[in-house]
Design a protein around this ligand. Structure first.
Ligand SMILES: Nc1ncnc2c1ncn2[C@@H]1O[C@H](COP(=O)(O)OP(=O)(O)OP(=O)(O)O)[C@@H](O)[C@H]1O
Ligand SMILES: [Mg+2]
Length: 454
């Protein structure tokens, strides 16, 4: 019988594999991303020796005593995980270089190590460097450190020690010698994640894997990694400013809409209890800035949306959004032109959400539209006014969920008036300005006296 091929070429971006090398990956279209991998493959169709089948369990017989969540000691991390770390779960934490992944997880370990056995597997930094950081953050004397990059050694150690929690920093530095490819390659990352999955589930070790991201912002290595783990957290934010946002992209045990907001200080990451205070403070009376109240998971969040509208000669004017979905932005620009009398066919439109936060909730539409209209007409949004509401394709405003909580948040931050879609009710004392269409909302929201001097 012919022996199975042992050399394959795998795309380091999407994980596509092929027998021969190609310059361009047929699956994801990226150039030069195929790398050679040796995979020890068995001949196809041959079944493992001792597979006899296993007895089935009825759900009622399954014991769930150990399912109580472990508080990580970092409240914002607990919130994003859905109320704490689930024992024996595998969590992938990814983020740009230097964003603070190691800091976040070291802080969690410091607090968890007080009551539980906690192991830090570090492949990027030496034990001494970890100690330096731990000293800066304060505490964590009980954390056990393993500075090792050999996957076999790491897994054997974890199987022997069976800690309650383990952090692997990072999964890209580990290598399994028998695979033959370089650390960080698709095969290695996949192998490492698969083995940690087994250790986590069989030995009951709750594991955090730190993963690097590619230039495009996806988790480096194949998508396979995201499927394997229970939970994928992205740590993002402006590297040039001090606040960071942690969000769940996938969570088998909780909502994916939760958001954790931190500020990076010399003493580590400090939770921002009131992110609205941080992100929702507009430049007073400047055209092109509007405050919108969105809901991120269970938490209302006031965000400042800024827009710039500038004349252009381009045949295809640009619509550039940072923190907003580009398709949503194009739609809002089209509705503004067609139904609200804000013609933008000859103008580039740039939109930015303050603080590197990303909004993907239709309730923020009105804020984006108002900021663009304000920039296009050179009129500021009325003083003390915030807004929320979904913009429909017909130019009508649609009411959104959880309006009561949004209004409460606006009131808390001292906004005197809120622009909302018709039909929104308030039980509080907030003054509402209801509008049925985007056109009336813009008239009601902009201050016709023009920008203040100064
Ligand atoms: N003494 C300090 N004072 C304030 N901030 C600091 C200090 N030391 C480090 N930092 C912050 O910590 C960040 C690095 O954090 P950390 O090493 O946890 O990032 P990381 O995501 O693990 O990076 P990498 O991908 O390189 O491992 C730096 O960007 C810096 O902002
Ligand atoms: Mg690090």
């Amino acid at each position: 019988m012919a022996k199975a091929a042992t050399v394959q070429h795998a795309c380091s971006d999407c994980g596509y594999t092929t027998g021969k090398w190609l310059g361009r990956c047929p699956a994801c279209g990226s150039w030069g991303s195929l790398v050679e991998e040796r995979t020890p493959t068995a001949a196809p169709g041959v079944r493992g020796a001792a597979a006899e089948g296993r007895p089935l369990l009825r759900l009622v017989e399954v014991e769930t005593s150990a399912s109580e969540r472990i508080p990580t000691g970092v409240a914002e991390l607990d919130r994003v995980l859905g109320g704490g770390l689930v024992p024996a779960s595998l969590v992938l934490v990814s983020g740009d270089p230097g964003i603070g992944k190691s800091t976040l997880l070291l802080m969690a370990l410091q607090s968890m190590s007080a009551e539980r056995t906690a192991v830090l597997v570090t492949g990027e930094e030496s034990a001494a460097q970890v100690k330096l950081r731990a000293d800066r953050l304060g505490g964590g004397a009980e954390i056990q450190i393993l500075a090792e990059t050999n996957l076999d050694e790491v897994c054997a150690t974890l199987e022997r020690e069976r800690p309650d929690v383990c952090v692997v920093d990072s999964v890209q530095t580990l290598y399994a010698p028998e695979l033959g490819s370089a650390p960080g390659s698709v095969a290695q990352v996949r192998e490492a994640a698969g083995r940690f999955l087994r250790v986590a589930k069989e030995q009951g070790v709750a594991t955090f894997l730190v993963g690097h991201v590619t230039k495009e912002g996806a988790v480096a290595g194949p998508r396979v990694l995201e499927h394997l783990v229970d939970c994928v957290l992205h740590f993002e934010g402006d590297r040039y400013r001090s606040h960071r946002v942690l969000r769940a992209v996938k969570n088998r045990y909780g909502s994916t809409n939760e958001l954790g907001v931190f500020e990076m200080t010399s003493a580590g990451l400090v939770a921002v209890d009131d992110p609205s205070e941080l992100f929702g403070r507009p430049d007073e009376e400047q055209p092109g800035s509007a405050v919108v109240c969105t809901i991120e998971g269970t938490r209302p969040l006031l965000l400042e949306v800024q827009a710039l509208v500038s004349p252009t000669d381009l045949a295809m004017p640009r619509r550039v959004g940072t923190g907003v979905d580009p398709r949503r932005l194009s739609m809002i620009v089209a509705v503004l032109g067609r139904h609200a009398g804000v013609a933008l066919g000859q103008a580039d439109v740039f939109v930015n959400v303050a603080g590197g936060v990303r909004i993907d909730e239709p309730g923020a539409d009105l804020g984006v539209a108002l900021a663009i209209a304000s920039a296009a007409r050179n009129l500021p949004v009325k003083h003390g006014l915030s807004c929320f509401g979904e913009v429909g394709l017909t130019g009508r405003l649609r009411s959104v969920s959880q309006s009561e909580r949004r209004l409460a948040e606006c009131a808390k931050l001292g906004f005197s008036e809120v622009l909302v879609p018709d039909g929104t009710e308030s039980r509080g004392r907030m003054r509402l300005r209801a509008a049925g269409t985007l056109r009336t909302a813009i008239t009601a929201g902009l201050d016709a006296r023009g920008p203040s001097e100064g």
